[in-house]
Design a protein around this ligand. Sequence first.
Ligand SMILES: [Zn+2]
Length: 67
Amino acid sequence: MSRGCSRELGGTDRDRSSPARCTLTIAGEEDEVVAAATQHAVSVHGHQDNAELRQMVRDGLKDEVSV
Ligand SMILES: [Zn+2]
């Protein structure tokens, strides 16, 4: 699984403190990715760590596809 940090994670009124660009990509097991992306959203983008945020992170997960 992988999860790019896109700015939908930072799309709140606190978004002003976010970096102008964020190109972070996290890869790993689903739970690891969700945990790491949640931490990132909290520490970098100023989100509250709650169920809603985790759900948003989980919704953005992508299966890693090798072609
Ligand atoms: Zn980010």
